[in-house]
Design a protein around this ligand. Structure first.
Ligand code: PEP
Length: 259
């Protein structure tokens, strides 16, 4: 696969953590200090909404958004508001949003289009639930699991070709998230090839090759570089490890050194 010229992208998903703004400020402050000067990596911090203002110099991202830009949707936050707060990115389709908040492929598609309309870049999460789609030789393969394909086609429905490079696809197998059981670099490479192939069919090869593919699921400072070097991921979406500033900074440095 031709290697891309993009900076590697590292997205920190803090989820519903930490429990105080003081801790959020400390976490963000330490990361910013320690990664200063690492020019060929792009780091995006995605704190919970109330802490968005603690992210200073680094790129800011949100963990979700609504599909309307304003209106009577109690408790919701719109893409336009996020853009106005200085967000550059929004995570859409995380498996926890599906599991706990009932998000469907249709809702995800509406959110993707609304976020792009507001001028945000989307980190679109996709991933199969289980690892049991084996071929006749006993090799696990994405081709046999309809889930990934359906998720990609569903999320990109109605998205114009001119906009697809504003979507970053995060391959996050559900079985690898928060389990301590990451995918292998081969899994990541085969997912990247598979995702690009579907996008090539939907759009064209040239545009599909501009869509960055991240890996997420039980990454840490020891394993992150291998997903970039061998798995050819364009970056990582990091959950648990992004809450420990030392661990996260080590991950960023190892990606910086290996890209
Ligand atoms: C995630 O929730 O997006 C994630 C990748 O989590 P973790 O790194 O903790 O597996």
């Amino acid at each position: 696969m031709k290697n891309e010229t993009y900076k590697k992208l590292i997205v920190a998903n803090w989820k519903m953590n930490p429990s105080s703004s003081k801790e959020a400020e400390e976490l963000s402050g330490t990361v910013q200090r320690e990664v200063r000067g690492l020019k060929n990596v792009e780091i995006v911090l995605c704190p919970p909404f109330p802490y968005l203002s603690v992210v200073g110099a680094l790129a800011k991202g949100a963990q979700s958004c609504h599909w309307e830009q304003k209106g009577a949707y109690t408790g919701a936050v719109s893409p336009a508001m996020l853009k106005d707060m200085g967000c550059e990115y929004v995570i859409i389709g995380h498996s926890e949003r599906k599991q706990y908040f009932g998000e469907t492929d249709e809702i995800i598609n509406k959110k993707v289009k609304a976020a792009l309309k507001a001028g945000l870049k989307v980190v679109l999460c996709i991933g199969e639930d289980t690892r049991d789609s084996f071929d006749s030789k006993g090799h696990w393969t994405h081709e046999l699991d309809p889930k990934l394909k359906e998720q990609i086609i569903g999320a990109f429905e109605g998205v114009k070709k001119s906009n697809i490079q504003n979507i970053v696809v995060a391959y996050e197998p559900v079985w690898a998230i928060g389990t301590g059981n990451p995918a292998t670099p081969d899994d990541v490479l085969s997912a990247k090839i598979f995702i690009r192939k579907i996008l090539s069919n939907l759009y064209d090869r040239k545009e599909a090759d501009k869509v960055r593919v991240l890996y997420g699921g039980s990454t840490n400072k020891k394993n992150s570089a291998v997903f970039i070097k061998e798995g050819q991921a364009d970056g990582l979406l990091v959950g648990g490890a992004s809450l420990d500033s030392d661990e996260f900074v080590e991950m960023v440095k190892s990606i910086y050194e290996n890209s």
